[in-house]
Design a protein. Structure first.
Ligand SMILES: [Zn+2]
Length: 487
């Protein structure tokens, strides 16, 4: 496998040479004709160079299909599925105890680190190397050095693994705020205890503190409780992390109204919940997937169908699309250079962990609406690379309806039913769709686990013609770096 991956990388690099020659030719032509073009279209946007990376957390093909079936039926397609270039992405994870070996199921920390740095690492790590704990430069940091503006947007706490991996470096994703740093976690490796990241021990401190001082132009998401904590030490100002962020030039907004009115105000920190943002949808009567029981004759009793509904707790929370729109405003205001922006739909994953198909579907729809904002931006700013991908697989599977299991039961005179948790959804077009979660036994299991399948990547922009149909997450980092000319 390593050989195949290497071959693919060589193929990409070789094709890039050709692309570079083509790009140079096009640049020459563009330069020749640009004055005329500008005269004809004086209001046309500047040719800034931009990358928008959308990460649907846990958004593998199964989760996309489930949401598409529910929302649009057989004929529909998400905005991301209408993008012109598509590839399949292998997900690789190193072992912390032996980085020469792989694990085949990842977490959001190591995969976001790979997307951010172009290097593989072990589970739980935030842009640090497996076992050796060396900080790895992220694309956001490299972009900043070249004068690009940067932004991170998430429906999770901003200190959560995915946004953290683009601008912080810790041995473990749990090192989110000051109070986490002294906790000893017995299920984490000795080399991944947060105490190693204390400034007192030569580290960079908590993720919240690192984000607060990372000079990022726009940070929008949740996590107020993680930022509203004292900084570690070594600072006579006695500011907490939130105040420190403000002293570094970030303007704080906490409501949808203040977010929407925050234009022309420079750097922006939006914190719209104490932790993760509330999700957009829930199941009717709060229903999720349920365990299948059997009656006295041993016949399976399947849960009754239900629909999804809006989650009233989401009221007043900005949507991911609204946050993306505002981030783009901050990043483009008087900016000729360009930007790197990462937008995460975090709770597709978090709701799959909780066996909540309606939560997942609502979050996937919200994520796709944010992608649609990115695609609109691309229409006006053609030197933008839009990449939409997932970090790893999740547990939800579309499985047969109860009638199929009952027919099978009659055929073999024995109850047939799926293990795990099962839900039958009434889709918007009135059809039934059954969903099952079975990566962790019940009732002992707390929640569902990630899975190890490939994830999709959808792309739009220049320089994508020769992307192989099978790539890995390091290649996505390379494509983004190449677009921003960071190589
Ligand atoms: Zn997860």
């Amino acid at each position: 496998m390593v050989g195949i991956t290497h071959y693919l990388r060589v193929a990409i690099l070789a094709s890039r040479k050709a692309i570079a020659i083509l790009a140079a030719t096009l640049l020459l032509l563009t330069t020749v004709f640009s004055h005329a073009a500008q005269d004809e279209h004086p209001s046309k946007a500047t040719s800034s160079t931009n990358v928008i990376l959308f990460i649907g957390d846990g958004m593998d093909e199964h989760q996309i299909t489930m949401a598409r079936n529910y929302l649009y039926g057989a004929d529909g397609a998400f905005a991301m599925e209408q993008m012109p270039v598509r590839s399949s992405v292998q997900v690789h994870t190193l072992r912390e105890d032996n980085p020469n070996q792989l694990r085949y199921v990842a977490d959001s920390a190591n995969t976001a680190s790979t997307l951010a740095t172009g290097l593989l690492t072990s589970k739980g790590r935030i842009s640090t190397s497996a076992a050796k704990d060396v900080d790895q430069e992220t694309i956001l940091e490299a972009a900043q050095k070249k004068g690009y503006r940067t932004g991170l947007v998430s429906t999770a706490s901003l200190t959560d693994a995915t946004p953290a991996a683009f601008a912080a470096h810790t041995s473990h994703r749990n090192c989110q705020s000051t109070k986490n740093m002294a906790e000893i976690n017995p299920i984490q490796a000795k080399t991944q205890q947060c105490a190693l990241d204390l400034k007192a021990h030569g580290g960079l401190g908590s993720i919240a503190e690192q984000l607060a001082t990372a000079n990022i132009d726009v940070l929008l998401g949740g996590g107020m409780a993680l930022f509203n904590q004292p900084i570690e030490y070594q600072d006579n100002s006695r500011l907490n992390i939130l105040e420190k962020a403000q002293s570094h030039g970030l303007r704080l907004v906490t409501t949808t109204n203040s977010l929407q009115s925050a234009v022309n105000t420079g750097q922006l920190l939006g914190l719209f919940a104490n932790g993760h943002l509330p999700v957009e949808w829930r199941g009717e009567n709060n229903r999720r997937a349920e365990l299948i029981t059997t009656d006295e004759q041993g016949k399976a009793i399947f849960p009754t169908p239900f629909s999804c509904e809006k989650n009233p707790h989401h009221n007043g929370t900005p949507t991911l699309a609204e946050m993306t729109e505002q981030a783009l405003q901050v990043l483009t205001q008087n900016n000729n250079q360009g930007f790197f922006l990462m937008v995460e739909g975090a709770s597709i994953d978090k709701q799959a962990h909780l066996r909540n198909p309606c939560g997942q579907i609502g979050e996937l729809q919200a994520f796709d609406q944010a992608v649609a904002i990115g695609r609109q931006f691309y229409q006006q700013h053609s030197n933008t690379l839009i990449i939409v991908t997932a970090d790893h697989g999740q547990a939800g599977q579309i499985v047969p309806l109860p009638e199929s299991y009952l027919a099978a039961s009659e055929a073999v005179h024995m109850a047939q039913y799926p293990t795990g948790h099962y839900a039958v959804l009434k889709t918007l077009s009135g059809e039934l769709m059954a969903v099952n979660y079975a990566t962790n036994s019940s009732p002992q299991g707390q929640w569902e686990m990630h899975t190890g399948n490939n994830v999709p990547v959808y792309m739009e922009g220049t320089g994508l013609d020769d992307v192989p149909i099978l790539i890995d997450q390091r290649d996505i980092n390379q494509l983004m770096r190449h677009h921003l000319k960071l190589d």
